[in-house]
Ligand binder design. Structure first.
Ligand code: FAD
Length: 405
């Protein structure tokens, strides 16, 4: 039995679950299944009934209520320890990402950016004061965070960033622009990466309360993907911050890249949620839709599609679980995360596109989740490292030769 999100029920299965043919569920502990069920429950009640409308209208009107609800469940910074964070395992976090993205990639993005980018940056690289000030309200969903790395002219190659932080007396003054920043217009705090003129210089991270004069975050409109997500430009015009606004724990691009690795890991799982939901919709539709006198599920060509999607979903979910178990035991190297992100987003897109064909004309309607997932995944494919960047990371790990430039 499945819902529109393709949820596998938690009850004992007496027959094959068409969305988990390989029995991956049996590899999860009762505690992990309980985490997953709790996330599914909040998605069923707070997201799924509304998300198609949010997507259609290109807005996330209840983002503060939603953030509090997700925070109440411990989903914000859930894999971090202390400061009001839930301290759950990487597999728990992955399972949560999968359920969230089975509802919508935009909702998973809200959680990923909050927990894995903004909160992780402060948790890993921040001062004790920064942690005490921001992490508890962010974990509770009372404060929303964003993460500003990308610039209009510098995406895949952040080393060229033009945003500058200069010292003025005891203060820092930041000037620059960031682009495509999730949660930007609704954020209470922005983690902004900027080039400094310090002797030991390079890129530093800054914790910027968004009410600081000179900071604004205009909404980016006209997106045809990730429409149930707030995406913004960040404008920093002479933003003056105290000396202790800098993240003291890291210098250079290692800082933002360490955060991206965390968020990319969540995408490895999340993409399989969008894929599962699309496969579930296709399977249900194929059983109900008749052409040439019988359900289209009974045609060999449809079954080839269903089997192909099921195999890819199985492989992607197993890869996510492997990487999660490894992250919990030994940690992950960047190329391992790249393998997961590259494979699972590509495969999720393939599944969504295939599912869309099963639904025929209905495949392009927001009445069904498939086209929404499919267009969302176009953003997921690009952010947190494009496929090309992940191939280059993997290529470098294999050959020892960087081929980025
Ligand atoms: P470019 O870097 O200009 O790349 C364009 C194309 O050229 C890509 O196909 C790329 O792979 C290719 N390319 C570039 N260099 C090479 C090379 N050396 N070899 C081969 N091919 C190459 N950023 C944030 O900082 N914070 C956020 O919260 C955030 N949220 C986002 C939300 C959405 C909805 C989107 C769409 C983006 C978001 N981003 C965010 C930005 C995202 O991370 C960037 O879009 C991404 O890094 C790619 O940068 P770019 O768009 O400038 O593309």
């Amino acid at each position: 039995m499945s819902t529109t999100s393709g949820k596998a029920t938690g009850t004992a299965r007496t027959r094959t679950d068409p969305l988990d043919l390989a029995g991956i569920d049996d590899m999860l502990s009762p505690e992990e299944k309980a985490v997953r069920a709790a996330v599914r429950q909040v998605c069923d009640s707070a997201v799924d009934p509304h998300v198609a409308e949010w997507f259609e209208n290109g807005e996330l009107p209840a983002i503060r209520e939603l953030a509090r609800e997700l925070g109440g469940l411990g989903l914000l910074g859930m894999h971090l320890e202390g400061y009001g964070c839930a301290g759950m395992s990487a597999v728990d976090y992955g399972l949560a990402c999968l359920e969230l993205e089975a509802s919508d990639s935009g909702i998973r993005s809200l959680v990923s950016v909050q927990g894995s980018l903004a909160m992780y940056a402060i948790w890993k690289h921040g001062s004790e004061e920064q942690k005490q000030r921001w992490l508890p309200p962010m974990a509770a969903g009372e404060a929303i965070g964003c993460f500003g790395l990308t610039e209009p002219d510098h995406g895949s190659d952040p080393a060229g960033m033009r945003t500058r932080a200069r010292r003025d007396g005891g203060d820092w003054v930041i000037d620059g622009r960031k682009m495509w920043i999730t949660n930007g217009s609704v954020a209470d705090v922005a983690v902004v990466w900027a080039r400094t003129e310090d002797e030991d210089g390079g890129v530093r991270g800054f914790v910027v309360p968004t009410g600081t004069p000179g900071f604004s975050a205009p909404l980016i409109k006209h997106k045809l993907s990730l429409r149930a997500s707030v995406t913004s430009e960040l404008v920093l015009d002479g933003v003056r911050l105290p000396a202790d606004a800098v993240l003291p724990g890291v210098r250079g691009l290692r800082g933002p890249l360490s955060c991206l690795n965390e968020a990319r890991y969540g995408i490895v799982w999340g993409a399989m949620g969008a894929a599962r939901s699309s496969l579930a919709a296709a399977l249900e539709y194929a059983g109900q839709r008749s052409q040439f006198g019988k359900p289209i599920a009974g045609f060999q060509l449809t079954q080839e599609k269903l089997a192909h999607m099921a195999v890819e979903l199985t492989c992607g979910t197993l890869l996510a679980l492997h990487l999660g178990r490894r992250k919990d035991s030994t940690g992950l190297r960047p190329e391992q995360v790249s393998i997961g992100k590259l494979n699972n987003v590509n495969k999720a897109l393939d599944i969504c596109r295939t599912a869309r064909t099963v639904l025929g004309a209905n495949g392009i309607s927001l009445e069904y989740p498939v086209i929404r997932h499919m267009t969302n995944l176009e953003s997921v494919l690009t952010y947190e490292g494009t496929p090309e960047m992940h191939k280059l990371v993997i290529g470098q790990a294999m050959t020892g030769l960087p081929a980025f430039r």
